[in-house]
Design a protein around this ligand. Structure first.
Ligand code: XMP
Length: 321
């Protein structure tokens, strides 16, 4: 595609011009924006770029592997993976309040990233940080640029002064659909290019109650089934986001075989939206919902009830926390 190719060529030239022979850092989240931004920068300056992926243990099934394996294979990017699941889970232990969870995750993220950035900085002068800022983000924040920390995406306050970077923002003039097209043109994995938006705090805000390893496993198993069935029905692009929420502190009675069960409900929250500011609940075909329900209750023993959220935004939010 000529347009995408020329956008890529222009950005590659601009990045080379801005960065020169300096080292550049990028935090990958698993999302489209940071993945495409990093791939563009890599196309421009190769191994002057180092990416950091903080695996906080709150991603969905297969997402960490997608970054560590598929993405690295597709791009050849130099990636430092930090497996920090124990640390995040430790910090979240006993915490049920949504804003508290966000604060803790943001704080831990910045600490882990800082540590990784320091280690990388030891190997050479790092002066730049890549951010996947899109045009709508620029407009929303009043158009400013300059030095900053990690995108608000990660709910982070900022980096310390000795770790301030100039920003490289190759997606600043682009909309989401253009970013996806460029990602595809750069050969990124299809599943990554078409990934639905996913909150920085991840599954932690989709477990209503305390976040534990066991609860994450339950939610991950249910979420995987919901996503598989949505994809199998060819509906990925009709839905904006499809949160699956575990009501971990709620139990309800069920029956399976000869036995009574006392398990947990999950909530399906598929929504359509243009920009996440407002949303409507998706009218998914009943057969798709039925397959998800049957599979989840058969394959995830801890879940004995599946409910559908039919609330628009407003008054509901997309996420439950
Ligand atoms: P709500 O739930 O407010 O969500 O309707 C609107 C959009 O924002 C996402 N979201 C978050 N993203 N950190 C993020 O990076 C967060 O703490 C967070 N909370 C909500 C949500 O997934 C939806 O796309």
């Amino acid at each position: 595609n000529w347009t995408n190719a020329s956008i890529i060529a222009d950005q590659v030239a601009a990045i080379r011009e801005q960065v020169g022979d300096k080292q550049v850092l990028c935090a990958l989240s698993g999302g489209v924006d940071s993945a495409v931004a990093a791939a563009l920068v890599h196309r421009a300056i190769g191994d002057q770029l180092t990416c950091v992926f903080v695996d906080h243990g709150l991603l969905r099934a297969g997402e960490a592997e997608q970054v560590e394996t598929d993405y690295v294979q597709a791009t050849g990017i130099k990636l430092k993976v930090v497996n920090a699941a124990d640390r995040f889970l430790g910090a979240l232990s006993g915490v049920a309040d949504p804003e508290q969870k966000r604060k803790i995750i943001g704080r831990e993220f910045i600490r882990v990233f800082e540590q990784a950035a320091r280690e990388i900085a030891l190997e050479g002068d790092v002066e730049f940080l890549v951010q996947g800022t899109l045009y709508p983000d620029v407009v929303e924040s009043g158009g400013g640029t300059g030095t900053a920390s990690i995108k608000s995406h990660h709910n982070v306050g900022g980096l310390p002064d000795d770790l301030k970077f100039a920003l490289v923002e190759p997606l600043r003039t682009l909309f989401k659909d253009e970013v996806r097209a460029i990602g595809a043109e750069l050969g990124l994995p299809e599943a990554m290019v078409w990934r639905h938006p996913f909150p920085g705090p991840g599954l932690a805000i989709r477990i209503i109650g305390e976040v534990t390893r066991e609860r994450l496993d339950v939610l991950r198993a249910a979420d995987r089934i919901a996503r598989e069935e949505l994809t199998a029905a060819g509906l990925d692009r009709d839905v904006w986001q499809f949160p699956v929420v575990l009501l971990a502190d709620v139990r309800s009675v069920g029956v399976q075989g000869d036995g009574r069960t006392y398990g947990h409900p999950i909530v399906l929250r598929p929504v359509t939206s243009e920009d996440a500011m407002t949303a409507d609940w998706s009218r998914l075909p009943y057969p798709v919902i039925a397959r998800i329900s049957t599979r989840v209750t058969n394959e995830v023993p801890e879940v004995n009830r599946v409910v559908l959220d039919v609330t628009s935004k407003p008054p509901g939010t997309i996420e439950w926390e």
